[in-house]
Design a protein around this ligand. Sequence first.
Ligand code: MG
Length: 326
Amino acid sequence: MRSRHSATDSARMARRRIVVRVANIALWTGVLFVPVLFGEQGRGDAPANPAPNPAPAPASPSGESAGPGARAGGRGPAGTIVRGPNGEMWGYSDSAFNEGSKWRIHDADRPQPSLVTPAGPLTTLPPSDAIVLFDGKDLSAWVTRGRGSATPTPPEWAVHDGYFESGPGGGISTKESFGDVQLHLEFATPATVDGSSQSRGNSGVIFMGRYEIQVLDSYDNRTYADGMAASIYGEWPPLVNAARKPGEWQSYDIIFEAPRFTGRPSPGYFTVLWNGVMVHNRQQLLGPTAAIMTPHRYVAHDSELPLYLQQHGNRVRYRNMWIRRL
Ligand code: MG
C-alpha cells in the first residue's frame, strides 16, 4: 500500500510540476504576447514608426496632448494636467500606472531626481568597430521615413559645421537597423530658453522606433520626472539630474538590450550615462514608451529596427554620434 501511495503521490507531484511549468510559460508569454493579441500598443512619444506596424501619430510639439489622445483611444484614464504657479506643466494626476510602478505615468508628484553637476560631456571618439552615424559632415547614414510604407527620402535637417540640428520634415531614422547596441552621442538644447516643461529643448533618441531616451532641457526646468532628460520616457526618471546649461554640449552613452520575442522572451534593458554620470543601471524597459496614459505593453517586432531621432518642435543639436552592435 505504502509503495502504491508513493507511486500515486509521485505521479500527482509530477503532474503538478508540469502544470506549474506550463503556467509559468503561459505567464511569461502572456506578459509579452497577450498585448499583441489585444492590440494594446501605446503610441510612441512620436516617431513616424519605421517598423512594419502601422505608424503611430506624432505627438504634439507641446507634449501636452496626451489626454485627448488617450480619450480618443478609449484606453483608460487620461490624467489631469497639474500646473505650476506660472502655468507650466508639472505632470498629471489620476493617470494610469505602469505595471509594478507605484507612480502614475507622468505623475506630477514623482520626486525630481537630485542634482549632480557633471564635469562636462564625454566626447569619446568612435572605436574602430563603430558605425559612425554622424562625423560632423553629412547625414548620409540617415533618412526621413514617411508614414507607413512611404519611400525614404534624404533628411531635411540642417547640417552645420560639425553638428546637425533637428528641424523640418519630421524625425529621422538610420538607414541601418539595429538590435542590441552601444550608442554614443552629444547634444545641445537651444541656448535661448523658450517655453517650459516638455516644450523646452525636446527631442529624443528612440531605439527601434519605440523605446525613447528623452532629450530635453532639464536645467532648472521642472517637468514630470519620468519625462525629463535621460528618462526612459513615461517609465523611469534618471537616477540623478546631470543636466548642463542650455546651449552647452552634453553626452549620452547608452547600452540598449533589445527585447526578445522569440525563443526565450525577455524585456529590454537600458544602461545610460549622462555627461559621464550613471543614470540607469540596466533598468528594465516596461514596453514601448508612450505619449498616452495607458500602461506600456510590448508588441512583438523585428529583432533589428532603425534608430530614430525625434523632431518635437525644438531645435536640438547633435554631434559625434556612433553606434556599435553588441
Ligand atoms: Mg522627446
